[in-house]
Design a protein around this ligand. Structure first.
Ligand code: RIB
Length: 308
């Protein structure tokens, strides 16, 4: 099944620091690197590297030409990327000595989608496939409405979380993809272990993927809760680990893999991603993931399954 990602494109300016900046502090960074990023771009590249047929639609501003090239070189169809004279989105990312990041976004042209552009893109994509969204563009709620009206599956990665997400028609999604912070806010609960049961109650027809960083991930689908842990690997940079997980997991789910197999592929792909610097540059190829799994290079991770 083909994927249309109406998603963000960012130039990532990545500053290595020993520790994150504190309020009022000025300090020198250890290095600066520029990468292709944006949750949209990273997820398109991950989905394409996994093996999906991916179409990326976006408005791309000045300074972002390398982003279209990176998508295209990864096998993503870029025919629905519209140029603009305004400034491209970017991210200022600090990565500390443990590989953790903190990210400041400038939306730029990611926030200039129009209803006309979206309608045109959905018409061109047709009525068969999955629309993938993140919360870095404007008009996310409108896209969910229009895409679901056309009978398309819709998957939303509700990152970065903000109050707008609470107004989206989440009940119309096929997949809601969240981490524990986003999950708790959408569910309106306080504890991690309440997220899935509250979301199931609120949105009974929506499948849920909950990523938990180094604690693994859970998936609620078709009345079953699947839980997987995380490979223990050396962490260099966690940027795009969640995006890699999403791209690979969707590949599994759209290509007749079981939920268990999809979780194993996604977990392995994000474990490779955190061992490399940068965003989309750190997304592995499917043949690397197949080799790691077939030869048990990271060890075995069990997936537990229970009725829910
Ligand atoms: O998920 C990682 C991404 O978040 C980065 O590439 C950055 O651009 C922000 O969108």
């Amino acid at each position: 099944m083909k994927i249309l990602n109406l998603g963000s494109l960012n130039v990532d300016y990545v500053y290595k620091v020993d520790k994150f900046l504190l309020p009022g502090e000025t300090k020198s960074s250890l290095s600066l690197n520029t990468y292709c990023g944006g949750k949209g771009l990273n997820q398109s590249i991950a989905a394409a590297k996994a093996g999906n047929e991916v179409y990326h639609a976006a408005v791309l501003g000045k300074g972002g030409e390398m982003l279209k090239t990176a998508l295209s070189e990864s096998g993503v169809n870029v025919d629905m990327i519209q140029p603009s004279d305004e400034t491209c989105g970017h991210a200022i990312i600090q990565v500390d000595e443990k590989g953790q990041n903190c990210i400041l976004l400038y939306g730029g042209t990611n926030r200039t989608l129009t209803k006309e552009f979206i309608d045109d893109v959905l018409d061109k994509f047709g009525n068969n496939g999955l629309v993938l969204l993140q919360n870095e563009t404007n008009l996310v709620g409108y896209i969910i409405e229009r895409a679901s009206e056309k009978g398309l599956q819709v998957a939303l990665n509700a990152a970065p979380m903000n109050d707008e997400v609470l107004k989206y028609p989440i009940d119309k999604l096929s997949w809601l993809i969240v981490n524990e912070v986003e999950g708790k806010q959408i569910a309106g609960c306080e504890k991690d272990d309440e997220i899935i049961s509250v979301l199931k109650e609120k949105y009974p027809s929506c499948k849920i993927l909950l990523t938990l960083g180094s604690n693994g991930a859970c998936c609620l689908a078709d009345g079953k809760l699947y839980t997987i842990g995380c490979h223990k690997v050396d962490v260099v940079d966690t940027t795009a680990a969640g995006d890699t997980f999403t791209g690979y997991f969707l590949y599994g789910m759209l290509n007749n893999y079981s939920v268990e197999e999809s979780l194993r592929m996604a977990t392995t792909a994000s474990a490779v991603c955190v061992g490399r610097n940068g965003a989309s540059d750190s997304v592995p190829l499917k043949k690397e993931i197949d080799d790691i799994i077939e030869n048990n290079k990271f060890g075995t991770l069990d997936v537990t399954v229970k009725d829910m």
